[in-house]
Structures are given as structure tokens and as C-alpha cells.
Design a protein around this ligand. Structure first.
Ligand SMILES: Cc1cc2nc3c(=O)[nH]c(=O)nc-3n(C[C@H](O)[C@H](O)[C@H](O)COP(=O)(O)OP(=O)(O)OC[C@H]3O[C@@H](n4cnc5c(N)ncnc54)[C@H](O)[C@@H]3O)c2cc1C
Length: 444
């Protein structure tokens, strides 16, 4: 989830980040057909946690990762020079989040997010009138108020339905906040699932959450550039196939995002049981997206850390973090169908769109200062297929069902199976650990 924004200094991010990456090296290797103990598919937070837990229990896990890097949807991108977290940024519900402890053990600093210096709301590039801003704020607060009072005992419903009696003027505005936190349209979010998500304090990682997750993979046997294409699970072993060959294992934990599973990128033989397929049918991926611009030469009098929200149309919210921590970078973020369309349109159109928005807010000269783009379009990324799992209204049992063992040797784990911790790195880590413990109980 992405509830607020972090501020990282450029110096801390770059020095911290590069030092971390240098502390371990994971080479791409070919995997010939061979017998191994356990295969973990995916080296994001869940896969890394599962592999560590298996090792601690005396097992010998091999992690197969499709990308040329570890961390999955936790990724600190330095392609613009100033680094930023292109995926996860916040250690949510820090009171119980395992990443607080992991960071401490690795000697990585975590901190509370410094307050930004100014929040401005725009409607079609012009400052929004005070009365409209107040209406917006009141409408936003309705979601929590209604969730506290509504009785979801009888029937789950969508957040849109929960808010429907606010009327056609306020309901869309109230729901629009979810585009930036959950990354999805309110009509597709289960109110009951949303209600049970854990809450708490947020911390940030000045050196980058993605860098921290990557660093935590040190010491594991991870094989990069190994997209898994097929898994056979009906025998006394599990056979996992990549283009490089096959591994025959006693057990397997699959941690790829539900979007990847739903797209059929991994062929299961026999097909997954009906209960697992039903669980997948009740989940889908949201589309929270960041779009970062390197901005050089002029800051137009804007204080570092200011937030500019374009809210003229509730279905097309875009929030910009302006020069966070004094870095020459502006980070926009948006969600839902708006983000899906931008992702499908590609880099050039996305860049033209955000530059247009910012030029209207800041002035035409902004166009000259935006020099480079980083667009982590998770929605069109074949190894993510979205930002994080959303539970469809009426399918609030899907997360638990997806975590049920398959055939005694195969498990699916990741943020989608994390219950109240779903949609987060911390949840993925707890789910990975839980899957490793289940595999041990199954004696796989
Ligand atoms: C824009 C954005 C902002 C976010 N903000 C936050 C936040 O602030 N705080 C927070 O806690 N969470 C946030 N999240 C969510 C968080 O990033 C995820 O919940 C978490 O990283 C998921 O971890 P995971 O291990 O379940 O999945 P992933 O990190 O997706 O790991 C799965 C791995 O499987 C690999 N894979 C895919 N297909 C295959 C294949 N066929 N074979 C082998 N490997 C494969 C992938 O490459 C990936 O490395 C955000 C996500 C996004 C996109």
C-alpha cells in the first residue's frame, strides 16, 4: 500500500544503496534437470523470507527469479540519478512489521517520514477553491466513518456501495482517495477485506526500502533470469521447469503475484484445484503507479517536499511529490483505470501527460526542465501485472483459500495470502515464513 510519501536525501540514498548492492552478488546460472530439496519461485519479499525460514529449519531452498534482480515490487530505482522507491516505500504498521527488526539486524536506518512543506490542491491546473477543498476533505473522511459504523456481518459489499448514499456529487470524491492508497476503483474493492487491513505507524528507509529488501537476500541460493514456465505437482515430487531445464524437488513455494498466476504465465499440471482457482478468481491486481521525472535548472519557487494534487476529475487523481528531500526529481502517482491507461499508452505518452499537468500547475517553463523519465508501469510489467492484490466484493475468504496447501507439496504465498497484512512487503514476508512452516508440517 502507498499511504503517504517518503523523503530521502540523495546522498543517503545513493551511498546507502550502492553499498548495499555491493555486499552480495547473485549471478544468473543455468539450472539443468536435477534433484533438489525445495524450490521457491520468485525472489521478492515473500520468496526471500520463505527461503531464509527454510534454511533456518535445515532445508536447502533454491530460489528461481524471473528478473535480473531480486526484490520484486520492492525496488529502489536509481536510473534518474536521484534514487527513489519505484514500488514499496513505507514500512506500514511498524509496531508489528518484521522489516523493523530485519533493518536493525542489517544495520539499515529506518525513520519516521519527515513532514512535507506544503500541500496544494489543483483543479485542472488551477488552485482549487477553499470551499471545494473542504468538501473534498469531508468526503474523504466518510470512508473511515462508514466502515466504523456499517454492519458487514450479513453481506460484504464494495466500497462504492458503502458510500453510495452520499449522493452523486460526494460519493465519487470520497472514493477517489482509494485510487492513491489502494490503487483501484472503489467498485472493485471488498469493504470487508479493506476493513480488516492492519493499521499503525509508518516508517521509511532513507537508503531505499527496495535496497533493504534486496540486501536481505544475501546468503541465499538465488538464480536470476529464470522465469518458471511450468510446474508438475501430481507425483511424489514437484517438477519446476524454466527455459534452462527442470528441477525436481520435495516441495515448492510459489510467490509470484496473483496477476502472474491469473495470466497463466506458469502452466500447472494437473491444473490447480478448484478451490485454488476460485480463490484466484476472487482476487485481482490494482494498478498503483509512480511516474518520476528528473527536473533540472529551475524549481519555480517550490519548496522541497511540497505535494501538489491534481484533483479536477475524481477518477483522474494525480499526486506529485515535488523535489522530495531536495532531490532534482518530481514523483507523480496515480491508480485505478487512469493508471492502467497510462501504463498501456507507454513511456512517451505518460511523460507528455504528466509534463502537461505540471506545466499547467507550475508554468509553461516546466517543460524545459523535465529531462528524463522513470515509469515503473507495474500494470504492464509481465512479472508483476499490477501493483498489489485486491479482493473483489463478496470474496473476502479468497486470501486464506489461496494459502491452502496443494497436493501436500505445493504452496502459494505472497502479499495476496497475508490476510490483514495483504498488499504490503511486511505481509509478504510473514506469508513467506508461514508457507515455509506449513511445508515443514506437511513433511514435504
Ligand atoms: C507502486 C507501489 C507502491 C507500493 N507501496 C508499498 C508501500 O509503501 N509499503 C508496502 O509495504 N508495500 C507497498 N507496495 C506493495 C509491495 O511492494 C508488495 O506487496 C510486496 O513487495 C510483494 O512482495 P511479494 O514477494 O509477495 O511479491 P513480489 O515482490 O512481486 O515478488 C514476486 C517475485 O516473483 C517474480 N516472478 C514473477 N513471475 C515469475 C516467474 N514466472 N518465474 C520466476 N519468478 C517470477 C517477480 O519478478 C518477483 O521478483 C507497493 C507496490 C507498488 C507496486
Amino acid at each position: 500500500m502507498n499511504l503517504r510519501h517518503a523523503r530521502m536525501t540523495r546522498r543517503r540514498l545513493l551511498t546507502g544503496g550502492s553499498a548495499m548492492v555491493a555486499t552480495f552478488a547473485i549471478a544468473g546460472r543455468s539450472s539443468a534437470a536435477t534433484d533438489v530439496d525445495i524450490v521457491v519461485v520468485g525472489a521478492g519479499a515473500a520468496g526471500i523470507a520463505a527461503a531464509h525460514a527454510l534454511r533456518a529449519a535445515g532445508r536447502k531452498p533454491i530460489v528461481l527469479e524471473a528478473r535480473g534482480r531480486v526484490g520484486g515490487r520492492a525496488f529502489t530505482d536509481t536510473s534518474l540519478g536521484p534514487g527513489y522507491d519505484a514500488g514499496a516505500m513505507f514500512i506500514h504498521w511498524a509496531e508489528r512489521n518484521p522489516w523493523v527488526q530485519i533493518a536493525r539486524e542489517l544495520g539499515v536506518e529506518t525513520t519516521t517520514e519527515p513532514w512535507g512543506s506544503g500541500f496544494r490542491v489543483f483543479a485542472d491546473g488551477r488552485p482549487m477553491a477553499d470551499a471545494d477543498r473542504r468538501r473534498r476533505r469531508d468526503a474523504f473522511n466518510q470512508i473511515d466513518r462508514r466502515l466504523e459504523t456499517v454492519d458487514l456481518g450479513a453481506r460484504d459489499m464494495s466500497i462504492a456501495e458503502l458510500l453510495s448514499d452520499l449522493g452523486p456529487d460526494s460519493a465519487p470524491v470520497a472514493a477517489s482517495g482509494l485510487l492513491l492508497s489502494i490503487g483501484e476503483e472503489s467498485s472493485r474493492i471488498s469493504a470487508r477485506d479493506y476493513q480488516r487491513l492492519w493499521a499503525g505507524d509508518d516508517l521509511v528507509v532513507p537508503a531505499g526500502y527496495g535496497n533493504l529488501v534486496a540486501r536481505s537476500a544475501g546468503g541465499l541460493d538465488i538464480r536470476l533470469n529464470q522465469p518458471v514456465e511450468a510446474i508438475r505437482w501430481d507425483g511424489s515430487t514437484v517438477t519446476v521447469a524454466t527455459t534452462s531445464g527442470e528441477l525436481r524437488a520435495n516441495g515448492c513455494i510459489v510467490t509470484v503475484p496473483v496477476g502472474v498466476l491469473k495470466a497463466g504465465a506458469i502452466r500447472f499440471t494437473p491444473e490447480l484445484p478448484a478451490a485454488t482457482r476460485d480463490a484466484l478468481a476472487g482476487l485481482h491486481m490494482g494498478a498503483l503507479t509512480k511516474i518520476a521525472l528528473k527536473v533540472e535548472g529551475d524549481r519555480f519557487g517550490i519548496a522541497p517536499g511540497a505535494s501538489f494534487l491534481e484533483a479536477g476529475a475524481p477518477e483522474r487523481l494525480m499526486n506529485f511529490d515535488m523535489f522530495p528531500d531536495d532531490r532534482d526529481i518530481v514523483i507523480g502517482y496515480c491508480g485505478g483505470d487512469y493508471a492502467r491507461k497510462l501504463s498501456e499508452a507507454g513511456d512517451e505518452e505518460a511523460r507528455a501527460h504528466v509534463v502537461d499537468l505540471l506545466a499547467r500547475m507550475v508554468g509553461e517553463n516546466f517543460r524545459k526542465t523535465a529531462t528524463a523519465l522513470s515509469f515503473p508501469a507495474w500494470w504492464t510489467d509481465p512479472f508483476a501485472r499490477g501493483s498489489y492484490s485486491i479482493c473483489d466484493p463478496g470474496h473476502e475468504k479468497a486470501r486464506e483459500a489461496l494459502a491452502q496447501p496443494i497436493g501436500g507439496r505445493l504452496l502459494i504465498a505472497g502479499e495476496a495470502t497475508a490476510g490483514g497484512g495483504a498488499m504490503t512487503v511486511g505481509g509478504a514476508t510473514l506469508a513467506g515464513r508461514a508457507a515455509a512452516a506449513t511445508l515443514a508440517r506437511l513433511k514435504a
